[in-house]
Design a protein around this ligand. Structure first.
Ligand SMILES: C[S@@+](CC[C@H](N)C(=O)[O-])C[C@H]1O[C@@H](n2cnc3c(N)ncnc32)[C@H](O)[C@@H]1O
Length: 191
């Protein structure tokens, strides 16, 4: 999928996409470096979009590990499946992660990588999705989520940061990737 197609999808499906460009390679490198992927047996990605993080996750995980991605937008599901055949891309909301882990006989995953637009979710959506992440991760597992710098001006962006600190331990914030549109950083948290 080209950047022009992403822009069209972002503008026409704005209720779920909430972005006008896919993330930069620099942000993808950073978020996947922080996700403790090297020794993970099972990894979940939330909202892969066109697969920019997905591609890096495939590079940094062991062959034979389980890798599931949850994406609600049908065109992005197709784009990520084409780009990353080793990843199992499910067209479903990330709130249903538990159901899919159960179906595979997995109690937990080791790492969750989020490409979701947290600052534009409602209070309830944030809670439901964060509960799903917490429930899917093993104790000691890693959760990484990117956030746009301008999102911190929004109440929901600050709510998300507060909720991360309330639910997880060792919450850290990375440096800002300025060469991303808009500039963004990564939260890293441990269950
Ligand atoms: C901001 S875009 C980011 C896409 C990609 N990760 C990137 O960084 O370029 C957010 C993505 O999350 C997806 N999304 C939104 N709500 C979702 C949900 N509840 N479950 C799974 N995916 C969701 C959207 O369809 C979109 O592809």
């Amino acid at each position: 999928m080209t950047w022009q197609e992403f822009l069209v999808e972002g503008l026409t499906s704005h209720t779920e996409v909430r972005a006008v460009a896919s993330s930069s390679q620099e942000l993808a490198e950073l978020i996947t470096d922080l996700a403790s992927l090297g020794d993970a047996n099972a990894v979940i990605e939330l909202g892969p979009g066109t697969g920019v993080f997905t591609e890096k996750i495939v590079e940094k995980t062991r062959v034979g590990s389980t890798f599931l991605a949850f994406e609600v937008n049908a065109r992005f599901v197709a784009a990520t499946r084409r780009r990353c055949p080793r990843c199992t891309v499910l067209q479903d909301s990330a709130v249903h992660a538990r159901k899919h882990l159960d179906a595979l006989g997995l109690q937990h995953c080791d790492s969750v990588v989020s490409g979701l637009p947290w600052a534009s979710f409602s209070d309830n959506e944030q809670d439901d999705l964060l509960d799903a992440v917490f429930d899917a991760l093993r104790p000691g597992g890693t959760f990484v989520a990117f956030a746009y710098v301008p999102g911190l001006l929004l109440q929901r962006g600050r709510d998300f940061r507060r909720k991360l600190h309330a639910r997880f331990s060792d919450v850290e914030q990375s440096h800002v990737v300025w060469r991303n549109m808009p500039p963004a950083f990564v939260y890293r948290a441990v269950r």
